[in-house]
Design a protein around this ligand. Structure first.
Ligand SMILES: Cc1cc2nc3c(=O)[nH]c(=O)nc-3n(C[C@H](O)[C@H](O)[C@H](O)COP(=O)(O)OP(=O)(O)OC[C@H]3O[C@@H](n4cnc5c(N)ncnc54)[C@H](O)[C@@H]3O)c2cc1C
Length: 354
């Protein structure tokens, strides 16, 4: 029996745990994957397979980074941008348009934020490889059942699973309102259909040619490319997004297509890569659902219904899609994480007073 069970060790769930641990509230985090971070996943390098950039407007995230002594650095944009309009025209090169709002990366990688939060939690706060299958209102308590047959109980449950996946994968007793269920089912999972790739090199050959490493193509499968040199200038990569239709292709097919486009955009040196990495988020069953109800990007994100409590306030819905501010972004995950902790603490306070 715990005061609070948090479902999901992504940025939102860990932020809630961080805030609750400061107040001495007992909690347990239940995480389906064998790692924390959810849609934040930095491979060695660091090479980001998930969230990467933030802006000055993301004040909740920036405050959290400061509180955890983490630093940011600007995304490299110096040099020309390569643009492939059609297969019969030469690649066009142009300068980065002036007056663009800067975007930043976290020094050491986005997963540094995840690790810094975990370091603030009590040891063994997170149960890994444990998937929730149902959540039941038991009057004073909430019961959380796992796919492995284990059952946990708590006074409050904070659930951070992306709404569309939550609606598909977790059973609620008593059922949630029809309006809420329909809303969750029609909420876009931010970047849930994206395919991210990263190609590593021994040197940033594109910079030597006056190129920024940024590129766009309307021809091949590579939609975007960005320089992914680390802050210490010791790790070099080009990283970006593929057309989501490529999810049905094989790893080798996608890799070969990516290298071909990089050669066209940046020159033959692009073939001298060290390694190719990718993450097909639509095939990741702890982020996305197979055959989702078609929704437009960002649909319903931030809808107040998504963060409406259930089970008389004992069940709190959290996660970036539910956030009142910057839903979908890391900033939204941080905002919703703190907001959910606030809801828990307010209820805890009023139960002490009554
Ligand atoms: C490719 C990509 C690029 C992105 N780029 C950016 C960017 O540049 N800037 C930005 O601000 N944001 C970006 N984002 C969005 C950012 O990653 C998210 O806003 C943020 O990480 C969401 O955190 P969360 O905790 O709300 O959700 P999640 O990270 O999805 O966490 C939910 C957790 O719940 C777990 N879970 C799921 N089902 C179960 C279950 N049944 N039982 C137990 N656990 C379960 C999952 O494993 C996961 O750890 C990007 C996302 C992706 C995928």
């Amino acid at each position: 029996m715990h005061d609070v069970i948090i479902i999901g060790a992504g940025l939102s769930g860990l932020t809630t745990a961080f805030a609750l641990s400061k107040e001495g509230i007992d909690y347990k985090i239940i995480e389906g994957r064998n790692r924390a971070g959810g849609r934040i996943n930095s491979l060695d390098g660091p090479l980001e397979m998930g969230a990467t950039w933030l802006g000055n407007q993301h004040t909740h995230l920036i405050s959290l980074l400061k509180a955890l002594d983490l630093e940011i650095f600007p995304q490299h944009t110096k040099g020309q941008i390569a643009y492939e309009v059609s297969s019969v025209q030469p690649i066009q090169y142009f300068d980065f348009p002036p007056g663009q709002a800067p975007s930043y990366r976290i020094k050491g990688g986005s997963s540094k934020l995840i690790q810094a939060l975990i370091d603030k939690l009590a040891p063994a706060s997170i149960l890994y490889n444990t998937e929730v299958s149902s959540i039941n209102d038991q009057g004073k308590l909430v019961e959380v059942c796992l796919t492995n047959g284990q059952v946990y109980t708590a006074s409050k449950v904070v659930v951070t699973i992306p709404p569309q996946l939550l609606e598909r994968s977790v059973l609620f007793t008593p059922p949630l309102s029809a309006e809420k269920v329909s809303n969750m089912a029609q909420t876009h999972t931010w970047m849930g259909e994206s395919i991210k790739y990263g190609v590593t090199y021994s040197s940033p050959f594109w910079k030597a040619k006056g190129l920024s490493g940024m590129g766009f193509s309307q021809v091949g499968v590579v939609q975007e490319v960005h320089d992914h040199t680390d802050f210490d200038q010791k790790f070099f990569a080009l990283k970006g997004f593929l057309n989501s239709a490529l999810a049905s292709k094989t790893f080798e097919e996608r890799k070969s297509e990516v290298i071909k486009v990089l050669i066209r955009l940046f020159g033959p040196e692009a073939n001298e890569y060290l390694d190719y990495h990718e993450h097909v988020w639509s095939n990741d069953r702890l982020t996305s659902v197979l055959n989702p109800i078609p929704v437009v990007p960002h649909q319903n994100n931030g809808n107040p219904l998504l963060r409406e409590n259930a089970f008389n306030g004992k069940l709190i819905f959290s996660g970036t899609e539910s956030s009142a501010e910057y839903p979908g972004y890391m900033d939204g995950a941080v905002y919703s994480g703190f907001d959910s902790a606030k809801k828990v603490l307010e209820q805890y306070q009023s139960s002490l007073e009554s």
